[in-house]
Design a protein around this ligand. Structure first.
Ligand SMILES: [Zn+2]
Length: 347
């Protein structure tokens, strides 16, 4: 007890155990065991008083050396374990900057708006400009100025959404077509006129696959000297080729609209099957695209133009319909239902 050999054993035992401490918690427990009260080295120091005076100084110094050695080993082990713990935490919390990020969802124009812009661009390239008009319109501009007889069924409340506007004898309504912009524009501008007018229109329709109470139309109007039906055909065939791809054939079927005479419906050869017949064209090979005609002289006269001096053509098409045809969208109401599974496909 207290011999030099015994001290070396204490030191070797303490250093061996400290070297095996796996983490800071285990080290704290070991520290109490190797240098705390009751530990072998402290017991050795306590036993000094029983050592003969002449040996006490020598043995005391030896005990202190061992204690210092163990203290140093504890400190070294603690630094080592603390560093490892820090590295482990860093490793666990490390950001992997090579992982692909999650990009925020990017907003985009609605498909109807994309088609709207594209159609406008095609006509702008031909020298047309864009004209705008009110969505709340008078019966005068929506019907009378467009040569629609007072008894025409489109005026009925079953078809048209009227706005309660006091006793206005004219009738105020949500425009059923973009055509009133024609009448307004001609009143305010002398010929020549080359305009397109895209916008929202309203009808008292029950929602189904191809009807909604609000939809989008684009009206076009050209008035100038010597405008003929050939100009109408050339312009609209050019549009069909630009929008649906080259090689489209166009045909016109006689039709009736109050504000054009003669009037026609324009069909073009199906872009999906090239005319051989498929689902898109209802197996006819042709797709009905728009209504058109030569502006009725009465409409020109109402606007203050001289029907003997100028002539013109007008056309109207459904923007939603263009999008449905080109992208094979089966239901009109998808455009008014904010379902990103549908809309997200067109960005
Ligand atoms: Zn087809």
């Amino acid at each position: 007890m207290g011999s030099a050999d015994h001290l070396r054993e204490i030191e070797a035992d303490a250093l061996g155990r400290l070297g095996a401490a796996g983490d800071l918690e285990a080290l704290a427990i070991l520290e109490a065991e190797v240098i705390g009260p009751g530990s072998p080295i402290m017991e050795a120091r306590r036993g000094l008083k029983d050592v003969p005076q002449e040996d006490r100084k020598e043995l005391g110094r030896a005990i202190n050396e061992v204690k210092t050695s163990i203290d140093a080993a504890i400190a070294a082990r603690r630094r080592h374990l603390a560093a490892s713990a820090g590295e482990a935490r860093l490793a666990a919390e490390r950001l992997d900057i090579t992982l692909p990020g999650r990009a925020p969802a990017r907003g985009t124009h609605h498909l109807v708006r994309q088609v709207w812009d594209e159609v406008v661009d095609i006509f702008m390239a031909l020298g047309y400009s864009v004209a705008d008009g009110p969505e709340v319109e008078t019966a005068h501009y929506n019907f009378d100025a467009l040569n629609t007889p007072p008894t025409h069924p489109s005026r009925f409340e079953s078809d048209t959404l009227y706005v309660d506007y006091g006793d206005d004898p004219e009738g105020v309504l949500l425009r059923t077509q973009t055509s009133p912009v024609q009448a307004r524009y001609m009143e305010a501008h002398p010929p020549p006129v080359y305009i397109v007018s895209p916008g929202r229109t309203y009808r008292r329709d029950t929602t189904d696959a191809t009807h909604t109470p609000v939809f989008h139309q684009m009206e076009g109007l050209a008035v100038d000297d010597h405008i003929t039906f050939a100009d109408l055909k050339g312009t609209l065939a050019y549009f069909a080729n630009e929008f649906f791809g080259s090689g489209r054939q166009v045909r016109f079927q006689p039709h009736f609209f109050p504000f054009t005479e003669p009037s026609a419906e324009m069909h073009f050869s199906c872009f999906a099957c090239d005319g051989s017949g498929c689902r898109t064209c209802g197996h006819s090979g042709w797709i009905e695209l728009l209504g058109c005609g030569m502006v009725d002289p009465n409409v020109l006269a109402t606007a203050g133009y001289d029907p003997a001096a100028v002539s013109g053509f007008a056309f109207g098409m459904g923007i939603d319909r263009l999008a449905m045809i080109r992208y094979g969208i089966p239901e009109l109401r998808y455009f008014f239902d904010p379902d990103l599974r549908v809309l997200g496909q067109f960005r």
